[in-house]
Design a protein around this ligand. Sequence first.
Ligand code: PLP
Length: 373
Amino acid sequence: MAAYLDNAATTPMRPEAVEAMLPFLTERFGNPSGSHATAREAKKAIEEAREIVAAGLGARPQEVVFTGSGTEADNLAVLGAHAVAGGRVVCSAIEHHAVLHATQVAGGVTAPVGADGVIDLDRLAGLLDADVTVVSVMLANNEVGTIQPLADVAAVVRERSPRALLHTDAVQAFPWVDVAELAAPADLVAISGHKFGGPKGVGALVVRDGVALRPIVHGGGQERDLRSGPHNVAGIVALAAAVRATVDRRAAEVERIGALRDRLADGLLASVPDSIETGDRSRKIAGNCHLSFGGVESEALLVLLDGAGIAASAGSACTSGAIEASHVLVAMGVPAARALGSLRLSLGPTTTDADVDLALDAVPAAVARLREG
Ligand code: PLP
Protein backbone atom coordinates (compact mmCIF):
# COMPACT_ATOMS: atom_id res chain seq x y z
CA MET A 1 0.00 0.00 0.00
CA ALA A 2 1.16 3.51 -0.74
CA ALA A 3 -0.25 6.95 0.01
CA TYR A 4 0.62 10.10 -1.92
CA LEU A 5 0.29 12.92 0.60
CA ASP A 6 2.40 15.59 -1.11
CA ASN A 7 -0.23 17.38 -3.19
CA ALA A 8 1.17 20.79 -2.26
CA ALA A 9 4.34 19.80 -4.15
CA THR A 10 2.47 18.58 -7.19
CA THR A 11 -0.76 16.79 -8.04
CA PRO A 12 -1.51 13.89 -10.36
CA MET A 13 -3.16 15.18 -13.53
CA ARG A 14 -6.93 15.15 -13.76
CA PRO A 15 -8.15 12.78 -16.50
CA GLU A 16 -9.94 15.69 -18.24
CA ALA A 17 -6.65 17.57 -18.46
CA VAL A 18 -4.79 14.58 -19.94
CA GLU A 19 -7.56 13.99 -22.43
CA ALA A 20 -7.66 17.67 -23.43
CA MET A 21 -3.93 17.89 -24.07
CA LEU A 22 -3.32 14.68 -26.03
CA PRO A 23 -4.51 15.93 -29.46
CA PHE A 24 -2.20 18.94 -29.14
CA LEU A 25 0.77 16.64 -28.59
CA THR A 26 -0.12 14.65 -31.70
CA GLU A 27 -2.16 15.69 -34.72
CA ARG A 28 -2.96 19.27 -33.59
CA PHE A 29 0.66 20.33 -33.25
CA GLY A 30 0.49 23.82 -34.76
CA ASN A 31 2.34 26.90 -33.56
CA PRO A 32 -0.34 29.55 -32.92
CA SER A 33 1.95 32.32 -34.13
CA GLY A 34 1.61 31.21 -37.77
CA SER A 35 -1.14 32.18 -40.20
CA HIS A 36 -2.12 28.88 -41.86
CA ALA A 37 -4.92 26.57 -40.84
CA THR A 38 -2.79 24.39 -38.55
CA ALA A 39 -1.61 27.49 -36.72
CA ARG A 40 -5.11 28.95 -36.53
CA GLU A 41 -6.38 25.76 -34.94
CA ALA A 42 -3.78 26.07 -32.18
CA LYS A 43 -4.52 29.78 -31.76
CA LYS A 44 -8.23 29.05 -31.40
CA ALA A 45 -7.51 26.44 -28.72
CA ILE A 46 -5.43 28.95 -26.77
CA GLU A 47 -8.09 31.64 -26.95
CA GLU A 48 -10.74 29.16 -25.76
CA ALA A 49 -8.44 28.17 -22.91
CA ARG A 50 -7.95 31.84 -22.07
CA GLU A 51 -11.71 32.28 -21.70
CA ILE A 52 -12.01 29.30 -19.38
CA VAL A 53 -9.08 30.40 -17.23
CA ALA A 54 -10.39 33.97 -17.10
CA ALA A 55 -13.81 32.74 -15.93
CA GLY A 56 -12.19 30.62 -13.21
CA LEU A 57 -10.15 33.57 -11.98
CA GLY A 58 -12.81 36.27 -12.21
CA ALA A 59 -10.89 38.06 -14.97
CA ARG A 60 -11.49 39.14 -18.55
CA PRO A 61 -9.89 36.92 -21.21
CA GLN A 62 -7.57 39.72 -22.33
CA GLU A 63 -6.25 39.97 -18.77
CA VAL A 64 -4.85 36.40 -18.76
CA VAL A 65 -1.16 35.90 -19.60
CA PHE A 66 0.05 32.31 -19.95
CA THR A 67 3.50 31.63 -18.54
CA GLY A 68 5.90 28.70 -18.25
CA SER A 69 5.18 28.14 -14.52
CA GLY A 70 3.83 29.67 -11.34
CA THR A 71 7.39 30.79 -10.64
CA GLU A 72 7.51 32.72 -13.89
CA ALA A 73 4.08 34.27 -13.25
CA ASP A 74 5.25 35.48 -9.81
CA ASN A 75 8.51 36.83 -11.24
CA LEU A 76 6.70 38.63 -14.04
CA ALA A 77 4.32 40.21 -11.53
CA VAL A 78 6.92 41.43 -9.03
CA LEU A 79 9.85 42.24 -11.30
CA GLY A 80 7.71 43.34 -14.24
CA ALA A 81 5.78 45.81 -12.10
CA HIS A 82 8.89 47.06 -10.34
CA ALA A 83 10.70 47.58 -13.65
CA VAL A 84 7.96 49.99 -14.75
CA ALA A 85 7.28 51.81 -11.50
CA GLY A 86 10.61 51.77 -9.64
CA GLY A 87 10.08 52.54 -5.95
CA ARG A 88 9.94 49.84 -3.28
CA VAL A 89 8.61 46.29 -3.12
CA VAL A 90 7.10 44.72 -0.01
CA CYS A 91 6.06 41.07 0.32
CA SER A 92 4.97 38.91 3.21
CA ALA A 93 7.68 36.99 5.05
CA ILE A 94 6.02 33.65 4.19
CA GLU A 95 5.94 33.98 0.41
CA HIS A 96 7.12 31.15 -1.83
CA HIS A 97 10.69 31.67 -3.04
CA ALA A 98 9.32 32.70 -6.45
CA VAL A 99 8.04 35.91 -4.84
CA LEU A 100 10.54 36.17 -2.00
CA HIS A 101 13.61 35.97 -4.21
CA ALA A 102 12.10 38.27 -6.84
CA THR A 103 11.44 40.78 -4.06
CA GLN A 104 15.03 40.45 -2.90
CA VAL A 105 16.27 41.01 -6.48
CA ALA A 106 14.21 44.22 -6.53
CA GLY A 107 15.78 45.28 -3.21
CA GLY A 108 12.47 44.89 -1.34
CA VAL A 109 11.58 44.00 2.24
CA THR A 110 9.31 41.49 3.97
CA ALA A 111 6.31 42.10 6.21
CA PRO A 112 6.00 39.92 9.33
CA VAL A 113 3.31 37.35 10.09
CA GLY A 114 1.89 36.34 13.47
CA ALA A 115 2.33 32.99 15.20
CA ASP A 116 -0.84 31.90 13.40
CA GLY A 117 0.85 32.30 10.00
CA VAL A 118 -1.36 35.24 9.03
CA ILE A 119 0.09 38.57 7.92
CA ASP A 120 0.30 41.23 10.62
CA LEU A 121 -1.70 44.09 9.11
CA ASP A 122 -0.41 46.76 11.51
CA ARG A 123 3.18 45.90 10.78
CA LEU A 124 2.46 45.73 7.06
CA ALA A 125 0.95 49.22 7.30
CA GLY A 126 4.12 50.39 9.04
CA LEU A 127 6.18 49.39 5.97
CA LEU A 128 3.92 51.08 3.45
CA ASP A 129 4.23 54.63 2.16
CA ALA A 130 3.85 56.56 -1.08
CA ASP A 131 7.15 55.17 -2.38
CA VAL A 132 5.95 51.53 -2.31
CA THR A 133 4.96 50.42 -5.81
CA VAL A 134 4.48 46.65 -5.46
CA VAL A 135 3.00 44.65 -2.59
CA SER A 136 2.84 40.86 -2.82
CA VAL A 137 0.84 38.78 -0.35
CA MET A 138 -0.04 35.17 -1.16
CA LEU A 139 -3.63 33.97 -0.93
CA ALA A 140 -2.69 30.67 0.74
CA ASN A 141 0.65 29.49 2.03
CA ASN A 142 2.28 26.39 0.58
CA GLU A 143 3.73 25.02 3.82
CA VAL A 144 1.26 25.68 6.60
CA GLY A 145 -1.77 26.37 4.41
CA THR A 146 -2.89 29.64 6.00
CA ILE A 147 -5.30 31.76 3.96
CA GLN A 148 -4.38 35.43 4.01
CA PRO A 149 -6.99 38.21 4.47
CA LEU A 150 -6.44 39.75 1.05
CA ALA A 151 -9.34 42.22 1.21
CA ASP A 152 -7.90 43.67 4.44
CA VAL A 153 -4.42 43.74 2.91
CA ALA A 154 -5.80 45.58 -0.13
CA ALA A 155 -7.53 48.16 2.07
CA VAL A 156 -4.27 48.92 3.91
CA VAL A 157 -2.30 49.06 0.64
CA ARG A 158 -4.79 51.37 -1.11
CA GLU A 159 -4.79 53.73 1.84
CA ARG A 160 -1.06 53.94 2.52
CA SER A 161 0.50 53.24 -0.89
CA PRO A 162 -2.06 54.49 -3.41
CA ARG A 163 0.10 53.89 -6.45
CA ALA A 164 1.16 50.37 -5.46
CA LEU A 165 0.09 47.30 -7.43
CA LEU A 166 -1.12 44.39 -5.30
CA HIS A 167 0.02 40.94 -6.45
CA THR A 168 -1.30 37.72 -4.97
CA ASP A 169 0.24 34.30 -5.48
CA ALA A 170 -2.85 32.10 -5.65
CA VAL A 171 -0.89 28.99 -6.65
CA GLN A 172 -1.82 27.00 -3.52
CA ALA A 173 -5.16 28.67 -2.97
CA PHE A 174 -6.74 27.86 -6.32
CA PRO A 175 -7.69 24.22 -5.61
CA TRP A 176 -9.42 25.18 -2.38
CA VAL A 177 -10.93 28.67 -2.35
CA ASP A 178 -12.90 30.85 -4.72
CA VAL A 179 -9.99 32.79 -6.20
CA ALA A 180 -12.33 34.74 -8.48
CA GLU A 181 -13.88 36.28 -5.39
CA LEU A 182 -11.02 36.37 -2.89
CA ALA A 183 -8.38 37.69 -5.32
CA ALA A 184 -10.72 40.32 -6.76
CA PRO A 185 -8.94 43.16 -4.90
CA ALA A 186 -5.57 42.22 -6.48
CA ASP A 187 -4.12 43.76 -9.64
CA LEU A 188 -2.06 40.65 -10.40
CA VAL A 189 -2.93 37.00 -9.64
CA ALA A 190 -0.69 33.96 -10.28
CA ILE A 191 -1.67 30.29 -10.62
CA SER A 192 0.21 27.14 -11.62
CA GLY A 193 -1.22 24.16 -13.54
CA HIS A 194 0.40 21.31 -11.66
CA LYS A 195 -1.04 22.27 -8.28
CA PHE A 196 -4.61 21.45 -9.32
CA GLY A 197 -4.46 18.54 -11.74
CA GLY A 198 -2.92 20.28 -14.74
CA PRO A 199 0.55 19.67 -16.15
CA LYS A 200 3.87 21.01 -14.89
CA GLY A 201 5.51 23.84 -16.78
CA VAL A 202 2.46 26.03 -17.36
CA GLY A 203 1.01 28.86 -15.32
CA ALA A 204 -1.01 32.00 -15.75
CA LEU A 205 -0.90 35.55 -14.50
CA VAL A 206 -3.93 37.79 -14.40
CA VAL A 207 -2.82 41.31 -15.32
CA ARG A 208 -5.84 43.57 -14.84
CA ASP A 209 -6.61 46.04 -17.60
CA GLY A 210 -4.52 49.16 -17.24
CA VAL A 211 -1.75 47.51 -15.19
CA ALA A 212 1.68 48.16 -16.73
CA LEU A 213 4.38 45.45 -16.62
CA ARG A 214 7.72 45.15 -18.37
CA PRO A 215 8.42 41.64 -19.71
CA ILE A 216 11.10 39.57 -18.05
CA VAL A 217 11.48 37.13 -20.97
CA HIS A 218 12.31 38.88 -24.24
CA GLY A 219 11.83 37.77 -27.83
CA GLY A 220 8.87 37.56 -30.17
CA GLY A 221 6.34 38.80 -27.61
CA GLN A 222 3.99 35.94 -28.46
CA GLU A 223 1.91 36.22 -25.32
CA ARG A 224 0.31 39.68 -25.29
CA ASP A 225 3.78 41.25 -25.71
CA LEU A 226 4.32 40.43 -22.04
CA ARG A 227 5.96 37.05 -22.51
CA SER A 228 8.07 35.65 -25.30
CA GLY A 229 8.62 32.06 -26.38
CA PRO A 230 6.32 29.69 -28.23
CA HIS A 231 3.03 28.87 -26.57
CA ASN A 232 2.88 25.55 -24.74
CA VAL A 233 -0.40 24.79 -26.50
CA ALA A 234 -0.99 21.34 -25.01
CA GLY A 235 -0.10 22.61 -21.53
CA ILE A 236 -2.36 25.65 -21.82
CA VAL A 237 -5.31 23.58 -23.04
CA ALA A 238 -4.78 21.11 -20.19
CA LEU A 239 -4.43 23.91 -17.65
CA ALA A 240 -7.81 25.24 -18.77
CA ALA A 241 -9.42 21.79 -18.48
CA ALA A 242 -8.01 21.50 -14.95
CA VAL A 243 -9.29 24.99 -14.07
CA ARG A 244 -12.78 24.02 -15.18
CA ALA A 245 -12.77 20.67 -13.33
CA THR A 246 -11.39 22.30 -10.19
CA VAL A 247 -13.97 25.07 -10.11
CA ASP A 248 -16.82 22.63 -10.84
CA ARG A 249 -15.83 20.24 -8.06
CA ARG A 250 -14.25 22.59 -5.57
CA ALA A 251 -17.09 22.74 -3.05
CA ALA A 252 -17.52 18.95 -2.93
CA GLU A 253 -13.77 18.30 -2.81
CA VAL A 254 -13.21 20.83 -0.03
CA GLU A 255 -15.89 19.12 2.04
CA ARG A 256 -14.67 15.57 1.45
CA ILE A 257 -10.95 16.30 1.71
CA GLY A 258 -11.39 18.68 4.64
CA ALA A 259 -13.07 15.86 6.58
CA LEU A 260 -10.19 13.50 5.70
CA ARG A 261 -7.66 16.13 6.76
CA ASP A 262 -9.44 16.62 10.10
CA ARG A 263 -9.45 12.87 10.74
CA LEU A 264 -5.76 12.71 9.90
CA ALA A 265 -4.70 15.71 11.96
CA ASP A 266 -6.88 14.86 14.96
CA GLY A 267 -5.81 11.22 14.84
CA LEU A 268 -2.11 12.05 14.79
CA LEU A 269 -2.40 14.71 17.49
CA ALA A 270 -4.18 12.16 19.69
CA SER A 271 -1.83 9.25 19.04
CA VAL A 272 1.60 10.89 18.89
CA PRO A 273 2.81 12.30 22.23
CA ASP A 274 4.38 15.78 22.06
CA SER A 275 2.82 16.64 18.71
CA ILE A 276 1.64 20.15 17.81
CA GLU A 277 -0.38 21.44 14.88
CA THR A 278 1.20 24.45 13.17
CA GLY A 279 -1.06 27.47 12.76
CA ASP A 280 -4.80 27.82 13.17
CA ARG A 281 -6.68 25.07 11.31
CA SER A 282 -9.78 27.18 10.83
CA ARG A 283 -7.71 29.57 8.69
CA LYS A 284 -6.14 26.90 6.48
CA ILE A 285 -6.92 25.41 3.11
CA ALA A 286 -8.70 22.05 3.42
CA GLY A 287 -5.82 19.90 2.13
CA ASN A 288 -3.14 21.02 4.57
CA CYS A 289 -2.06 19.03 7.62
CA HIS A 290 1.10 20.49 9.16
CA LEU A 291 2.39 19.08 12.43
CA SER A 292 5.59 19.04 14.43
CA PHE A 293 6.91 16.32 16.68
CA GLY A 294 9.30 16.95 19.58
CA GLY A 295 12.62 15.08 19.52
CA VAL A 296 12.33 14.02 15.87
CA GLU A 297 14.21 15.16 12.77
CA SER A 298 11.98 15.64 9.75
CA GLU A 299 14.49 14.30 7.27
CA ALA A 300 14.77 10.99 9.12
CA LEU A 301 11.01 10.84 9.50
CA LEU A 302 10.51 11.34 5.76
CA VAL A 303 12.89 8.47 5.01
CA LEU A 304 10.96 6.11 7.29
CA LEU A 305 7.63 7.25 5.84
CA ASP A 306 8.92 6.80 2.32
CA GLY A 307 9.86 3.25 3.29
CA ALA A 308 6.30 2.76 4.53
CA GLY A 309 4.94 3.97 1.19
CA ILE A 310 4.03 7.50 2.24
CA ALA A 311 5.08 10.50 0.17
CA ALA A 312 5.20 13.59 2.37
CA SER A 313 7.44 16.59 2.92
CA ALA A 314 8.88 18.71 5.70
CA GLY A 315 9.26 22.33 6.65
CA SER A 316 12.97 22.27 6.48
CA ALA A 317 15.58 22.19 3.78
CA CYS A 318 19.09 20.92 3.60
CA THR A 319 21.15 23.98 2.71
CA SER A 320 24.91 23.61 2.32
CA GLY A 321 24.92 20.35 4.25
CA ALA A 322 23.14 21.79 7.30
CA ILE A 323 19.44 21.30 8.02
CA GLU A 324 17.72 24.65 8.28
CA ALA A 325 14.21 25.47 9.39
CA SER A 326 12.01 26.86 6.64
CA HIS A 327 11.64 30.64 6.39
CA VAL A 328 7.88 30.22 6.85
CA LEU A 329 8.21 28.50 10.23
CA VAL A 330 10.95 30.93 11.29
CA ALA A 331 8.67 33.86 10.36
CA MET A 332 5.88 32.34 12.49
CA GLY A 333 8.27 32.18 15.45
CA VAL A 334 8.24 28.38 15.63
CA PRO A 335 11.28 27.42 17.77
CA ALA A 336 14.07 25.83 15.70
CA ALA A 337 13.87 22.47 17.47
CA ARG A 338 10.17 22.22 16.66
CA ALA A 339 10.55 23.48 13.11
CA LEU A 340 13.17 20.81 12.41
CA GLY A 341 10.69 18.14 13.49
CA SER A 342 7.87 19.24 11.22
CA LEU A 343 5.86 17.23 8.73
CA ARG A 344 3.57 18.43 5.95
CA LEU A 345 0.95 15.97 4.75
CA SER A 346 -0.97 17.56 1.89
CA LEU A 347 -4.14 15.95 0.60
CA GLY A 348 -5.79 16.27 -2.79
CA PRO A 349 -8.64 15.02 -4.95
CA THR A 350 -7.14 11.53 -5.27
CA THR A 351 -6.64 11.11 -1.50
CA THR A 352 -8.70 8.27 -0.02
CA ASP A 353 -9.74 6.98 3.39
CA ALA A 354 -7.17 4.22 2.96
CA ASP A 355 -4.39 6.82 2.52
CA VAL A 356 -5.39 8.44 5.79
CA ASP A 357 -5.56 5.04 7.54
CA LEU A 358 -2.05 4.23 6.33
CA ALA A 359 -0.69 7.55 7.59
CA LEU A 360 -2.46 7.11 10.93
CA ASP A 361 -0.57 3.81 11.34
CA ALA A 362 2.77 4.72 9.82
CA VAL A 363 3.44 8.19 11.26
CA PRO A 364 3.09 7.25 14.97
CA ALA A 365 5.19 4.11 14.36
CA ALA A 366 7.93 6.09 12.61
CA VAL A 367 7.99 8.80 15.28
CA ALA A 368 8.20 6.18 18.01
CA ARG A 369 11.04 4.40 16.24
CA LEU A 370 13.03 7.62 15.87
CA ARG A 371 12.48 8.50 19.52
CA GLU A 372 13.76 5.07 20.59
CA GLY A 373 16.97 6.04 18.80
N1 PLP B 1 3.87 29.79 -5.38
C1 PLP B 1 3.53 28.85 -4.49
C2 PLP B 1 2.75 29.25 -3.28
C3 PLP B 1 3.91 27.52 -4.69
O1 PLP B 1 3.58 26.59 -3.78
C4 PLP B 1 4.65 27.19 -5.84
C5 PLP B 1 5.13 25.80 -6.05
O2 PLP B 1 5.41 25.10 -5.11
C6 PLP B 1 4.96 28.20 -6.75
C7 PLP B 1 4.55 29.49 -6.49
C8 PLP B 1 5.72 27.91 -8.00
O3 PLP B 1 4.92 27.27 -8.96
P1 PLP B 1 5.65 26.40 -10.11
O4 PLP B 1 6.02 25.11 -9.47
O5 PLP B 1 4.62 26.25 -11.18
O6 PLP B 1 6.81 27.18 -10.57
